[in-house]
Ligand binder design. Sequence first.
Ligand code: NAD
Ligand code: TYD
Length: 350
Amino acid sequence: MKNILITGGAGFIGSHLVRHFVGKYPDYRIVNLDALTYAGNLENLRDVETAPNYTFEKGDILDAALLARLFEKYRFEGVIHLAAESHVDRSITDPLAFVRTNVLGTVTLLHAAKTAWTGQFEGKRFYHVSTDEVYGSLGDEGFFTEETRYDPRSPYSASKASSDHFVRAYFHTYGLPVVLSNCSNNYGPNHFPEKLIPLVISNIRHEKPLPVYGDGLYTRDWLWVKDHASAIDAVFHRGRDGETYNIGGNNEWTNIALVEKLCDIMDELLGRPPGASRQLITFVKDRPGHDRRYAIDASKIREELGWLPSIRAEEGFRETARWYLDNEEWLLHVRSGAYQAYYDAQYGAH
Ligand code: NAD
Ligand code: TYD
């Protein structure tokens, strides 16, 4: 059995990635290391937790002694690193938390891998999952390529950019076999409701105001989260050492057009009159330093690894809305904080 460490596997993208790997690769043992911050929710992995090739370890990537023990215990052959503080608005109020986990945590993990693998880099792989936000903000034209100069503008993107630089430094300085990807905004089931799409779906459901920042003409490229998992699979297995791959959905929406689309889908699913939920749209104060537009040129991963997104936007948004309606309990637990008791109930307080 090949042991693979996934960090941040109880989060939004991490839980989809864990499920993808556990299901598709029965000859891998997937060890999920997660600190279970507010964003970590083991209820995301209920269907996976009894799989024979899955193990959960609760812990912090800043804990060097724990990482050394885990590398010793499991002799990992690969690391896929997702653990991070991920919300831009939180980074504006508490930048240091982002420096701690995203920068110091990543370096602590890199160092643990390098130390454990010294003299045996052959066949090993350290995969760092990053964001397109490191490239800064686009005007109306153009796309981010892998050559676009880094220009992070929020504490979140600055911390992710810094972590990307450290990953490349470990490649050039120590020869650690690394690979990176920078992905656009993800959406889908299990997305924490502080982010735009789940927040809007949940507020429509409960007929609460839908806060749209500024003029609503900010643009994001949205990718179905399961497509991100399949892209990570492709890069992990077939990407080249030291390389970066941009991942995107070729699916640009202004925030206001996206919110209107979600209103229309929800009206249909809830049997409300057409246009009813659009009345909830409320323009609110803008986010400071708000990046105007993100858009990804994903031709490298398409041409080199043959990866393509699998579903169309309309279908993905509808499936997401339906998931939130069908999983009211998940949302209730997140809102009440009950999901944080799940670890003790499932694993015992240890
Ligand atoms: P998330 O906030 O949903 O999950 C993060 C997970 O990391 C949580 O389970 C949390 O408990 C865990 N974690 C946080 N700090 C930790 C620490 N110090 N030690 C161990 N675990 C810790 O995030 P997400 O949206 O799933 O994003 C996952 C990764 O993908 C991040 O690195 C993020 O930068 C990147 N990314 C996200 C998006 C997106 O649209 N969400 C897009 C591109 C890249
Ligand atoms: P978000 O989901 O926070 O992702 P990111 O900032 O990483 O792109 O936000 C997506 C877009 O939606 C972004 O332009 C900010 C905007 N937004 C709102 O207009 N209202 C909201 O309540 C939130 C959370 C975001």
